[in-house]
Design a protein around this ligand. Structure first.
Ligand SMILES: Cc1cc2nc3c(=O)[nH]c(=O)nc-3n(C[C@H](O)[C@H](O)[C@H](O)COP(=O)(O)OP(=O)(O)OC[C@H]3O[C@@H](n4cnc5c(N)ncnc54)[C@H](O)[C@@H]3O)c2cc1C
Length: 440
């Protein structure tokens, strides 16, 4: 196996690792490598923090193992190698009338990464999480043996693998159940919410299949928590639309670009994009599901220091009050970037360490300045006090003590991961930081 030595980072670029990376094209090579080295598998490193980092060690980049293996038109079950991206599956299958049942906000996430974090999409309240649509996983164990696991033949191992951050083995391929889609065009209804209470009521009252909100994290006073709600359905029949081309960020952006006055002004304009009475538009699936993918390397807009994302989910009974306090704290910090999302989640979760729970999820990006990590720490404490949890895919600052009480099945997960991988060959920086393999 050819190893490349160097530095690599999570998507937020705050946490970095030095080490060796290999990108095998053949399963045989991957198998031999796992025998020789401790090396967790990683996908496209779209996790923001250290979920896909192994500082001082080796990692296996799975992105060349990206073939589709089989598709059954009768059942909609697709089997593909773990390194294929979810965007590629959508691009190839949507014109045939099928799409993945759950799509995260980036098409660059791999199939293995979607399982490793049990990702959720804009339809979580109805469709549940990604792992709930996985019917079989081909798992290469740390002992070098391959098993095909299903919810029926290995229920506990399956639940530990969904959302299991790669700790139970390397996912070689998976079979997922796709859903029918009439066209590749989305019928989108956009409405303005003037404040947080109105926003939450709109989210609660929505009956749309896909539903997501952009929240202005700089607004204060009467406008605290204002934003735009997007509700969408897949159109039964295609209509002509203009596809926007992709752009890329050629270099790290200067600091003033995300200064408080610039972000406030941008957010004002962004909100006014939608008239007060709302509007209805047609958008392509790519544009609706993966809006940020149009700008390649957009993480460079935060400059060299990178950025943090805070994402929490709060249960319905404490969400309203906690979100008010969180939004006040965030707005008064003057650190928020324009990227902030509020949406509703349902109960669905596929694994022991899956993030979703019924309630509201808030995600906000902060440029990495002196005060940013401290602010995120405070928001994590507020999440814990409200009975919520944070998302390991996005986190770069939580401590093991903050994290442990949020995930009830953490100790069971650790027991299974340790039994599958007794020599800790698959551990990552995140797993060590949050002590996810500690059975205590
Ligand atoms: C713009 C943007 C929008 C996003 N929107 C959402 C969203 O709406 N909902 C959501 O849930 N998430 C979202 N995310 C997070 C993203 O979907 C997850 O972090 C996802 O896991 C990234 O996939 P990846 O292939 O890059 O995996 P990586 O980040 O490389 O790895 C993620 C984890 O999976 C493990 N892993 C990867 N491949 C394998 C494998 N083959 N075998 C075993 N373990 C493996 C890794 O060890 C790691 O623990 C978003 C991220 C971005 C950048």
């Amino acid at each position: 196996m050819r190893w490349k030595t160097g530095e690599y980072a999570g998507w937020g670029r705050v946490l970095r690792a030095g080490g060796k990376m290999a990108r095998p094209e053949k399963i045989a090579a991957l198998r031999a490598t796992l025998r020789e080295e401790k090396c967790p598998a990683i996908g496209n490193r779209r996790s923001y923090g250290d979920a896909a980092l192994n500082g001082g060690g080796h990692v296996i980049d799975m992105t060349r193992l990206d073939r589709m293996i089989a598709f059954d038109e009768e059942t909609g079950i697709l089997q593909a190698e773990a390194g294929i991206t979810i965007g590629e599956i959508t691009r190839l299958m949507a014109p045939r009338g099928w799409i993945p049942a759950v799509l995260p906000g980036t098409g660059f996430a791999t199939l293995g990464g979607c399982i490793g974090n049990d990702v959720h999409g804009k339809n979580h309240h109805g469709a549940g999480s990604f792992g709930q649509h996985v019917v079989e996983i081909e798992l290469l164990g740390a002992n070098g043996r391959t098993r095909r696991i299903t919810p029926g033949n290995a229920p506990e191992l399956f639940r530990a693998t969904i959302g299991g951050l790669g700790q139970t083995g390397i996912i070689l391929s998976a079979s997922i159940r796709l859903i029918r889609s009439g066209s590749t065009v989305m019928d989108v209804r956009e409405s303005r919410a003037d404040n947080l209470d109105e926003f939450m009521s709109l989210l609660e009252g929505s009956t749309a299949t896909y539903c997501v909100g952009w929240i202005d994290a700089t607004a204060r006073g009467e406008s605290l928590g204002r934003g735009i709600l997007e509700e969408a359905e897949i159109r039964e029949h295609a209509v002509p639309i203009t596809e926007k081309g992709a752009k890329s960020v050629p270099m790290d952006a200067p600091r003033f670009l995300l200064s408080a006055p610039v972000v406030r002004a941008f957010n004002q304009l962004y909100l006014r994009r939608v008239p007060p009475g709302g509007r209805r538009i047609d958008r392509s699936m790519q544009d609706f599901f993966f809006p940020l993918d149009r700008v390649h390397d957009w993480n460079r807009l935060y400059g060299k220091p990178g950025f943090h994302q805070f994402q929490c989910v709060l249960p319905p009974d404490s969400a309203r009050e906690t979100l008010h306090r969180m939004m006040e704290k965030i707005a008064s910090s003057r650190l928020a970037s324009p990227l902030a999302v509020l949406k509703r989640l349902g109960e669905g979760r596929g694994g022991m360490m899956s993030f979703p729970m019924e309630g509201f999820t808030l995600a906000v990006d902060f440029p990495n300045r002196r005060e940013s990590a401290g602010l995120v720490q405070e928001l994590i404490d507020m999440t814990l006090a409200a009975g919520g949890r944070i998302y390991p895919a996005k986190d770069s600052v939580a401590t093991a003590e903050q994290f442990a009480p949020m995930y009830d099945e953490r100790a069971d997960f650790a027991t299974i991961a340790n039994a599958q991988d007794p020599d800790h060959r698959l551990e990552t920086d995140l797993v060590r930081r949050l002590k996810l393999r500690s059975e205590a």
